[in-house]
Design a protein around this ligand. Structure first.
Ligand SMILES: Cc1cc2nc3c(=O)[nH]c(=O)nc-3n(C[C@H](O)[C@H](O)[C@H](O)COP(=O)(O)O)c2cc1C
Length: 209
C-alpha cells in the first residue's frame, strides 16, 4: 500500500496536475507516454486519457498494470513522444508494466476503475508500491519546463487539426515558438536547444501538411 501522504510528498495533489511518464502493459504489449495525473480520494491517482493514442487503446482493451515514472528530465518526456526506442525500460517489482530507467521515483499501480467519456476515458489507479532515489536536489531552470510545455502543445496539434480547429492549432505553434525562445535564452546546452528546434520543426510540418 502507498498512502495518500506519501503520494502528496511526491508532489501529487487534488488541485494541481503532475506531469509523469506513465508505462503500462497488456499481455506482451507495453507502452510509455507522458500523462497528467491528479490525486483522488483514498490514495488513488487519476489520469484523463484522450482517444487517439496508444495508451488509450491499451487501457480500453483492459491493461491492468501501470508504473507512474517520476522525472523532471525533459529529454525523457521528449523521447517518450518522439522516439520511444531511446528509452531504457527495466522490470518493475510487483507489476508487469516496465519502469523507465533514470527516473527519480516509481509508483507501481493497478487499475482500480475506468470510466468512459465521449472522446476520453478516466483511469483510476491504486498504487501498491513506491520506490524513490535519494537524489541531491536540483536547482530550478527555465529550459526544462519550456520543453515540457512545448511538448504538450505539440501533442495537441494533430487532434486540433483533425477536428478542424486550425486557428487553435496555429496558436499552439505560436506557444511552441515562445517556448523555443525561453530555451534559447536560458541554456547553452546543444542537446536541449536541438530537441526544442526539432519540436518546432515537427509542429510546423504537421501544420503545413
Ligand atoms: C507533459 C505531457 C502531458 C500529457 N498529458 C496527457 C494527458 O493527461 N492525457 C492525454 O491523453 N495525453 C497527454 N499528453 C499527450 C500524450 O503524451 C501524447 O498524445 C503521446 O504521444 C501519447 O503516446 P502514445 O500514443 O504512445 O500513448 C501529454 C503530453 C505531454 C508532453
Amino acid at each position: 500500500m502507498v498512502t495518500s501522504s506519501e503520494l502528496k510528498r511526491l508532489g501529487f495533489s487534488k488541485g494541481t496536475v503532475s506531469e509523469v511518464l506513465l508505462s503500462l502493459s497488456l499481455g506482451n504489449e507495453v507502452n510509455i507516454a507522458p500523462m497528467g495525473v491528479r490525486l483522488g480520494s483514498h490514495a488513488e491517482l487519476i489520469v484523463k486519457i484522450f482517444a487517439g493514442c496508444r495508451t488509450y487503446d491499451l487501457v480500453r482493451r483492459g491493461a491492468r498494470d501501470y508504473v507512474i515514472n517520476i522525472s523532471t528530465d525533459p529529454l525523457l518526456f521528449y523521447y517518450a513522444v518522439f522516439n520511444k526506442g531511446m528509452l531504457a525500460l527495466r522490470p518493475a517489482r510487483y507489476v508487469k508494466a516496465p519502469r523507465l530507467a533514470g527516473c527519480e521515483a516509481y509508483v507501481e499501480a493497478e487499475r482500480s476503475a475506468v470510466s468512459h467519456g465521449k472522446d476520453y476515458l478516466i483511469l483510476r489507479l491504486s498504487p501498491i508500491y513506491l520506490e524513490y532515489r535519494r537524489t541531491f536536489p536540483k536547482a530550478f531552470n527555465r529550459a526544462a519546463p519550456a520543453i515540457i510545455e512545448a511538448l504538450i502543445y505539440y501533442t495537441k496539434i494533430p487532434y486540433l487539426k483533425r477536428s478542424g480547429k486550425i486557428e487553435k492549432a496555429r496558436e499552439a505553434l505560436d506557444r511552441i515558438r515562445e517556448c523555443a525562445e525561453v530555451v534559447e535564452h536560458s541554456t547553452r546546452s546543444r542537446k536541449l536547444r536541438s530537441v526544442m528546434q526539432s519540436i518546432v520543426k515537427a509542429a510546423e510540418e504537421i501544420l503545413n501538411a
